[in-house]
Structures are given as C-alpha cells and as structure tokens.
Design a protein around this ligand. Structure first.
Ligand code: NAD
Length: 318
C-alpha cells in the first residue's frame, strides 16, 4: 500500500511504515494536483501537516482513499466530518508537539521582555551616532520570574506552558471555555516532581491581571477570541503571544494596540493570512515573528511520524 506524505514526515515515521510493508512517497504534490496524483498512483493514505488542504473536492475525487493523517493537532485544513461520513479514517497526533509549542512560547516571551526582536535587527555598534543612548534602550528589560502569565485555552499546550512557567517562578492564571481546573505536574530532571492545582477563571480576570497573555485555543467557528475590546481590558504594557491559530486574534486591533503602547510586544507564530502574513504585522518593530514552526522541532517531528505510523499500522494491518 502506498502513502503520500505531502508535507513531509520524519525518518523515524518512514522507517516504521516501511518496516510494516508500506511504500512512503514524500514528493511534494501541488495542491491542485493532489487528487490526480492519489488516483494515478493508487495512494491509500495521505499525510499532511498544515499546508496541504484535504477538502471535499479531494475526498469526492478519491474514493479509494482509506486514511487522512494530520501530523499535528489542528485539523482545520481537513473536512473531517465529511471524510468520516465517506468511511475514511481521519487521524492526528494531538499530544506529540505540545512541549515544542510551549517552548516556542517562552522563546517569544524572553525575546519580548529583553527586546531581542529589536536588537536582532537594530543593535547599535560602537561608533554609531548616540551609541550609548541607543544601547540604553535595550537596558530596560524585565524578568519573567514573579510575573503573572495568563493562559487562554487550558488544554494540552496551555498546560505544558503552565509547567514551564511554574518552573520559572511565574504566577500562572488560566481560562478555558470547558476545562474547570487542572493539576499540573512539574517534572524535574532528577525524577522528582510537584503537583500544582490551577483553577480556571473567567477570561475577564485573565485579561485584567496578566502581565503576559498566551493563547492556546483552537481555530474558532466565528469571531475573534481577542479583539479590540479584549485588548482594551488588558493591563497597560501587556505582552501577547499567539502560537495557536491566526484567526483568533484581530491583527488590525493588535497593531493599533502596539502603536498606542497598550501592548508592549507581541510574539506571533501564526497569522490571519498564511503563508503570507499582512505586511503591517511582518514589518512591525514590536513583533517577534516565527513562520508557524511551533511543532517543528526534531523531537516533535519524530514523535509525530512514529505516532502516525503506529495508527496507520493498527488501522490497516490488524
Ligand atoms: P486542546 O484541545 O488540548 O486545548 C484547547 C483548549 O482550548 C481546550 O481545553 C478548549 O476547551 C479550549 N477552548 C476552546 N475554545 C475556547 C475559547 N473560545 N476560550 C477559551 N478556551 C477555549 O488543544 P492543544 O493541543 O492545546 O492545541 C491548541 C491549539 O494550538 C490547536 O488547536 C492548534 O490550533 C494550535 N497548535 C499550533 C501549533 C503551531 O505550530 N503553532 C502546533 C500545534 C497546535
């Protein structure tokens, strides 16, 4: 049986699938050619990340497709219910990248509080006019320890963020539409751990009290989770991180809030328009950017590949 891994798959995933007798094709097929390629090459399984869309048109055109696999969490690029109605298995790997996304949140947070997003572009050099003065603009950083981190969306990634924050000595407050409270287990390198109970609170309280806010909700059916009103309700000088989905934060309102100083900095891994975000976001001097790479660590990609392989083997070989 043949598998098309159209957005790539780790070597460990390929090895596990080949060992089980599958042929894995990693050729990148253009979106408009995917259906033809699947049919002409007798593909039984298509694996995607976030780039390739598997919509009704492909599902209708490929009746022999048995599995659609998403390496990662969000399945907004797949017509999941429709595929399932047609008898196609739709699988993903929800837990494999949580720690990687959470660590990226802190990459953006540390970048924000020490102005690395700006220093990386504009660090003054000795000999520059007003060198000492310019240097001082980077000398007003703040520590994360002791600050309050507001987590909106307290699922897998939100809790992984909480673990790291607790380890850094931050106060953690969280809000979730459906999760009541969560016991967070903070593991140490020597095998010891502590459990910390974090009750969730209404979102208004998070907006009001957090020094930094990080978003971990899925793509919403409609509307922004953070729009102008929510930004207004935040503390002055708040830092905002979004490594969830672009459409959950109103980028125009965010740029306005950055301009006014209401928001001190933003760290964005996801954008309303991907893969070409709005120029106002890309060029903004107070924004730290990454190109949707939350899950893109070697460890997460390994886990994703292996988990997909295990599920495919169990669905098609047992
Ligand atoms: P999860 O399902 O474990 O957690 C999401 C939580 O959000 C749930 O507890 C849910 O109850 C809550 N929620 C939903 N809507 C809400 C709302 N309007 N307000 C408050 N809470 C709300 O998912 P997860 O594994 O933690 O992943 C979260 C999101 O992160 C994914 O859906 C995906 O969009 C994104 N993600 C991004 C990357 C990346 O590369 N940047 C990688 C993986 C996942």
């Amino acid at each position: 049986m043949k598998i098309l891994a159209n957005d790539g798959i780790s070597k460990s995933g390929i090895a596990a699938l080949e060992e089980a007798g599958f042929e894995v094709i990693t050729t990148k097929v253009a979106q408009e050619q995917v259906a033809n390629y699947i049919n002409n090459n007798n593909i039984s399984v298509i694996l995607v990340r976030s780039a390739t869309k598997v919509r009704k048109d492909i599902i209708d055109a490929c009746p022999r497709l048995k599995i659609i696999g998403r390496g990662g969490v969000g399945m907004d690029n797949i017509d999941v219910e429709y595929a399932r109605e047609k008898g196609i298995h739709v699988i993903n790997t929800p837990a494999s990248s949580s720690d990687s996304v959470a660590e990226l949140v802190f990459a953006h947070l540390f970048t924000g509080v020490r102005f690395l997003y700006d220093a990386n572009r504009n660090m003054p050099l000795e000999g520059d006019t007003n060198f000492e003065g310019l240097k001082k603009t980077y000398a007003n950083g703040i520590e994360l320890r002791g600050k309050t981190l507001g987590i909106i969306g307290f699922g897998r990634i939100g809790r992984s963020v909480a673990r790291i924050a607790l380890g850094l000595g931050m106060r953690v407050i969280a809000s979730d539409k459906f999760v009541g409270n969560a016991e967070i287990r903070v593991d140490f390198y020597n095998g010891q751990f502590i459990n910390v109970d974090i009750p969730t609170e209404p979102m208004e309280d998070i907006l009001k009290h957090a020094d930094f806010i990080t978003l971990h909700v899925p793509a919403q059916e409609s509307g922004y989770v953070i729009g102008a009103a929510e930004l207004e309700a935040m503390k002055d000088g708040v830092g905002i991180i979004n490594a969830a989905r672009g459409g959950i934060i109103d980028e125009v309102a965010l740029i306005d809030a950055l301009e006014s100083g209401k928001v001190a900095f933003a760290g964005l891994d996801v954008f309303e328009d991907e893969p070409k975000p709005a120029i106002q976001v890309l060029m903004h001097p107070k924004v730290s950017l990454t190109p949707h790479i939350g899950a893109a660590t070697l460890e997460a990609q390994d886990r994703i590949g292996t988990e997909l392989a295990e599920q495919i083997v169990s669905l098609l070989k047992t």
